[in-house]
Design a protein around this ligand. Structure first.
Ligand SMILES: CC(C)(COP(=O)(O)OP(=O)(O)OC[C@H]1O[C@@H](n2cnc3c(N)ncnc32)[C@H](O)[C@@H]1OP(=O)(O)O)[C@@H](O)C(=O)NCCC(=O)NCCS
Length: 148
């Protein structure tokens, strides 16, 4: 099993972030999804993004947006199929939660399809709780962080 590590996505890596997300989420290949869609993820005032690498190959990414209530919304968490089940999402989630704590976020949350066993497993592993559902029947998984 390859070595897994994480790297914060800087604005000069937006192209790689876009290409990777298009592979994982084909719905993100539409013509309206250009660099400006990704810009906020790499701007520390508005978001946060981290790559997961497996033996130095780009394997996955987490893209987050910050809200006005000290919440961090995980908009995308994905790993390319051939690199799944190797702990990449685990490492990316640990890095994301560590960052959220370091900037004093109160909560971290994501909206997930209830039948998405993989992302539910990742959420459970990190103590996310099911706190309700969105208008579109997505499950809201939330983790309240320790305050320092
Ligand atoms: C969800 C996803 C990111 C998980 O990535 P991953 O790198 O394979 O996850 P990990 O290897 O870190 O696994 C984390 C835990 O989840 C469990 N898990 C992973 N995939 C699973 C699956 N398909 N079914 C059940 N459990 C699963 C693992 O067993 C592991 O638990 P453990 O450490 O207690 O054994 C990946 O499956 C993915 O990219 N899915 C498609 C994109 C998606 O749906 N994203 C969510 C919506 S934004």
């Amino acid at each position: 099993m390859g070595r897994v590590r994480c790297e914060v996505v800087r604005p000069n890596k937006l192209d790689q972030l876009r290409e990777l997300n298009q592979k994982i989420f084909p719905i993100l290949s539409g013509p309206n999804i250009n660099d400006s869609f990704y810009k906020n993820f790499c701007d520390e005032k508005h978001g946060y993004a981290v790559f997961g690498l497996c033996s130095d190959m780009l394997a996955g990414a987490v893209c987050c947006l910050l809200d006005k209530n000290d919440g961090m919304y995980i908009k995308f968490i994905g790993v390319i199929s051939r690199h799944r089940r190797k702990g990449v999402a685990t490492q990316m989630m640990a890095t994301t939660l560590e960052y959220a704590e370091s900037i004093n976020m109160h909560t971290v949350y994501m909206y997930v399809q209830p039948d998405n066993k993989a992302v539910m497993a990742v959420g459970r592993k990190f103590g996310f709780e099911n706190v309700g559902k969105t208008k579109n029947d997505l499950m809201i998984l939330e983790k309240v962080l320790q305050q320092h």
